[in-house]
Design a binder for this molecule. Structure first.
Ligand code: 5AD
Ligand code: SF4
Length: 439
């Protein structure tokens, strides 16, 4: 039999993007080749997200769409990976018996063996355990494939915070940090493949406390050591919790030029009563003081956040406090969502805010956040920003890259400049991108 063909569809967060890449290269080492459509594939993996109900339902609609394909090609294998697999387990094969493999985020290193066993026996395979071993140590990399200039690198996984709305502590498990030496080795390998920028990933990345050469390393220490790698030009990290924003990490934003001036620091809400009910363990005032402190260290830092509207018990007055906090902080970009009750989380069983109120508040909040983002984008016109060239843009002759503030920048430039950091004078702005000319 020839090479087996693999198709992976990724939903949700950046960690899923990273995990999909790693599954792809682990299966490549096992003889699989990635293809562009499910129609060509022998194995289709849906790497799923469970964070909100809408995200979780997407997997079932996609499975519905794959049904005719499976009927026409019975030996096509269908795998559900990621957080829906972890949260729903056997329920998935009950709802959709066409699913052959269910594999949680901690068991990806077992995927090649599971696929082989399913082929041999015809029986659906399920693995949603949290094994002792580090899954990353057992996921082989395809040798020396060239990489795009910006890459993700998981340094920490799981969460111990138990915010009352969130499934992450249940789907990704307890907080675990990868040893620093492994992270450094992976970063060096990425740089040897052409990577210039890494984004360190973790559900609670600034709680990083990996084993280092002499005791435990903080995220600040890790960033400082990564910055010594020659050829690695930019470092980012996401997502952070305000309570883990330690002084050494804030100081790193002042001291380390490779650490980019962009910070995703979710606050979720601006009312102390709601923050307490969410189990966030800080007040709105404490968050605002923290932001001030960070801005002293790095005055130009671009701030981003996450917000939830209509958390159980949120009144109109509480919501106005979220709006007031946003006006005070001034965000460069942000994500905002209606509260979505998740099975098994504490807030799901509380009395719910009516859907119309959630939606109406979300619309008001998003209008304000878009206004702030547009203003930030506009403030960049006339500045010359260093842009890491990533890939071709929409128009011929155009390339697109990222500014230090994570903005997409389009400009005319030769295609062979991918991976270089070029000065670009910003000439125009839109809410989601900038245009400029090579300076
Ligand atoms: N409902 C709505 N938004 C949620 N988030 C997490 N859980 C929920 C939920 N149940 C949002 C939070 C988090 C982001 C990743 O998703 O804002 O920071
Ligand atoms: Fe979820 Fe983030 Fe809270 Fe952890 S800190 S429970 S991942 S929202």
């Amino acid at each position: 039999m020839g090479t087996r063909k693999l198709f992976i569809r990724t939903y949700g967060c950046q960690m899923n993007v990273y995990d999909s890449e790693r599954m792809g290269s682990a299966l490549a080492a096992d003889g699989y080749e990635e293809v562009a459509t499910p129609e060509e594939a022998d194995l289709v993996i849906l790497n799923t997200c469970h964070i909100r109900e809408k995200a979780a339902e997407k997997v079932y609609s996609e499975l519905g769409r794959l049904k005719p394909l499976k009927a026409a090609k019975p030996d096509l294998q269908i795998a559900v990976a990621g957080c829906v697999a972890q949260a729903e387990g056997e329920e998935i094969t009950r709802r959709q018996p066409m699913v052959d493999l269910v594999v949680g985020p901690q068991a990806y290193h077992r995927l090649p063996a599971m696929a082989a066993k399913q082929r041999a026996t015809g029986a659906a395979q399920l693995d949603t355990e949290f094994p002792e071993e580090d899954k990353f140590d057992h996921l082989p990399e395809k040798p020396k494939a060239r990489r795009a200039p910006a890459a993700f690198l998981t340094v920490q996984e799981g969460c111990d915070k138990f915010c009352a709305f969130c499934v992450v502590p249940y789907t990704r498990g307890a907080e675990v940090s990868r040893p620093a030496a492994r992270v450094l080795a992976e970063a060096r390998d990425l740089v040897s493949r052409g990577v210039r920028e890494v984004t360190l990933l973790g559900q609670n990345v600034n709680a990083y406390h990996g084993e280092g050469d002499s005791g435990t390393w903080s995220l600040a220490r890790l960033v400082t050591e990564l910055a010594r790698i020659e050829g690695l030009e930019r470092i980012r990290y996401t997502t952070s919790h305000p309570n883990d924003m330690t002084d050494d990490l804030i100081a790193a934003h002042a001291a380390e030029p490779k650490l980019m001036p962009y910070l995703h620091l979710p606050v979720q809400a601006g009312s102390d009563r709601v923050l307490k009910a969410m189990n966030r363990k800080h007040t709105a005032e404490e968050y605002i003081r923290l932001i001030e402190h960070i801005r002293v260290a790095r005055p130009d830092i671009a701030l981003s956040g996450d917000f939830i509207t209509g958390f159980p018990g949120e009144t109109e007055a509480d919501f106005e406090e979220t709006m007031a906090l946003v006006r005070e902080v001034r965000y460069a970009s942000a994500f905002s969502f209606k509260y979505s009750p998740r099975p098994g989380t504490p807030a799901a069983s509380s009395e719910q805010v009516p859907e119309e109120a959630k939606a109406e508040r979300l619309a008001r909040l998003q209008a304000l956040l878009t206004e702030q983002q547009t203003a930030f984008q506009h403030s960049c016109i006339g500045r010359t920003l260093p842009v890491l060239v990533e890939k071709p843009g929409r128009n011929p002759g155009q390339m697109v890259g990222r500014s230090p503030y994570l903005q997409a920048v389009h400009f005319d430039c030769a295609a062979d400049r991918v991976g270089e950091i070029l000065p670009v004078e910003i000439t125009a702005s839109a809410t989601n991108s900038l245009a400029g000319r090579a300076a």
